[in-house]
Design a protein around this ligand. Sequence first.
Ligand SMILES: [Zn+2]
Ligand SMILES: [Zn+2]
Ligand SMILES: [Zn+2]
Length: 259
Amino acid sequence: MRLRFVGTGDSAQVPRFGCDCAACERARVLSCHRRGPCCAEVRVDGHRYLLDAGRMDLAESCERERPAAILLTHYHADHVQGLFHLRWGTGEPIPVYGPKDAHGCADLFKHSGVLDFQPGLKPFRPLRLVGCEVIPVPLTHSKPTLGFCLDDGGTRLAYLTDTCGLPVETDRFLRDWRPDVVVLDATYPGSHAEPRNHNTVPMALEILERLAPRQAWLTHLGHEVDAELMSVTLALPPNVALAQDGLEADLCAAQAWTA
Ligand SMILES: [Zn+2]
Ligand SMILES: [Zn+2]
Ligand SMILES: [Zn+2]
């Protein structure tokens, strides 16, 4: 299984419009420090699965290679906004899976076009895709949200965003399921007072300590995390790293990753 981080920012992205903090100023000059809307893609046996659809060039990327399916964690704009353009495309319908959410986002369900919305996924009920099994797990967020536990028979990947902590049943499931790789929401730095809807970096590290994956990446990172890291050195455990836009990893081969 190959994992590619397409976007690793929060809903404001980095640089954040109008912000003159050190991280946003740096990202304006050096594009490698930019963070787009949080989304990723997984490749299994030649099939490409998209995890969330917030990137604004989604239609272009699907034109280069049509995805086998799109998995949506939830219906906040930064995770689905690319669909508003893609839906008016033509050709084979693209299956879209996501949580049960009667409201969804705007009129996506009403005018779905080329998107083939499947019935809402039920937590812990496995979904069989070509080349891998996906177990949706509930997360703690302001909208119905699911994390995805993907298993291709060789590697187990848990993709968990957006979330503030983990529901007890998800935490229990994950400790039992034992993911090899975890990707986790860490929107705010530790100095952020009263985090709601998203983890701080210390909250994410606490979860990762419990789950003890071989490798973990923090994602959905806000500009405050980057700004804080520019002045304070953050000691991350050896198995944890910050995700970056464009980072690609072969999850079968430990540590073999390239930007
Ligand atoms: Zn988000
Ligand atoms: Zn900023
Ligand atoms: Zn969200």
